[in-house]
Design a protein around this ligand. Structure first.
Ligand SMILES: NC(=O)c1ccc[n+]([C@@H]2O[C@H](COP(=O)([O-])OP(=O)(O)OC[C@H]3O[C@@H](n4cnc5c(N)ncnc54)[C@H](O)[C@@H]3O)[C@@H](O)[C@H]2O)c1
Length: 247
């Protein structure tokens, strides 16, 4: 039980990697408040993990959501040790066709909620010498075609994570980033909309498979959230089967 007694927040916890992290964290003894906009899936996961996971039906793009999510963690479980900023929505288009709306979607669901939740969680994380796990993407690190709005927000998240790692080190708060590859609802939808993309993606993965949200990504998140990673901060972990980089 590597997370025994710890309380976590996970955004986008009702599906995909977020759900994998909720399951991996509770398996290791953590209590988790998870926010999502998919109420059906959220309530189903809450019922699967009675007393250990609480679903809050909160759109992280809305003003005031960060404070509400932190308040739910404190009211339900009494403290906050781990913040996982996982949810992020985006649309793809060539750069010349990328609209203000696409940038707004990506920054309003990815970058700004990550920053606002870090700010709202900071007083609580300072009390527990807690940790933050944010999410990046190879789309940003490599600058993948058609990903301008998503790539920009993801790299902005990495930049702010490094700043917070430096500023909050004095409080013993660590801040790290996972750049994952996993077969999730989001990736399935992307594959279905883009014939041939699955083979193209897997051809760059030496391990020749997509990661599993719980076993492959969730367990790395457990490591980062545990005392085993206390001497790591400001780092990006590539949890992507060794994906060979475009550049
Ligand atoms: N899956 C991958 O291979 C991959 C690759 C690179 C980066 N990532 C990143 O990992 C994270 C998880 O990805 P995923 O594939 O599990 O995504 P996903 O789309 O499968 O799941 C995202 C979850 O977030 C929720 N969500 C979306 N908008 C929300 C909002 N406004 N408020 C609250 N919840 C919201 C969704 O309902 C869903 O449950 C994201 O940050 C993503 O960018 C994933």
């Amino acid at each position: 039980m590597r997370l025994d007694g710890r309380v976590a927040i996970v955004t986008g916890g009702a599906g995909g990697i977020g759900r994998g992290i909720v399951r991996a964290f509770t398996d290791e003894g953590a209590s988790v408040v998870f926010a999502d906009i998919n109420a059906e899936a959220g309530r189903a996961l809450e019922q699967e993990l009675p007393g250990r996971a609480k679903y809050v039906d909160i759109d992280i793009a809305q003003a005031g959501s960060a404070e509400k999510i932190c308040a739910a963690a404190i009211e339900t479980f009494g403290a906050l040790h781990i913040l996982v900023n996982n949810a992020h929505a985006s649309r793809q288009a060539p750069l010349v066709d990328t609209t203000q709306e696409m940038f707004d979607l990506s920054f309003d669901t990815g970058f700004y909620p990550t920053v606002r939740l870090m700010q709202a969680a900071y007083p609580h994380l300072r009390e527990t010498a807690g940790t933050v796990i944010n999410f990046a993407s190879g789309a940003g690190i490599e600058g993948q075609a058609t990903q301008a709005s998503y790539a920009a927000a993801k790299e902005a998240i990495r930049a702010v994570s490094r700043v917070a790692a430096n500023e909050w080190a004095a409080d013993n708060i660590t801040v790290n980033v996972i750049s994952p590859l996993a077969l999730t609802e989001g990736v399935r939808a992307y594959i279905e909309a883009n014939p041939g993309v699955e083979d193209a993606m897997l051809s760059r993965v030496p391990l020749r498979r997509f990661g599993d949200p719980q076993q492959d990504i969730g367990r790395v998140a457990v490591f980062l959230a545990s005392a085993d990673a206390d001497y790591m901060t400001g780092q990006t972990l590539m949890v992507d089967g060794g994906t060979q980089k475009l550049r």
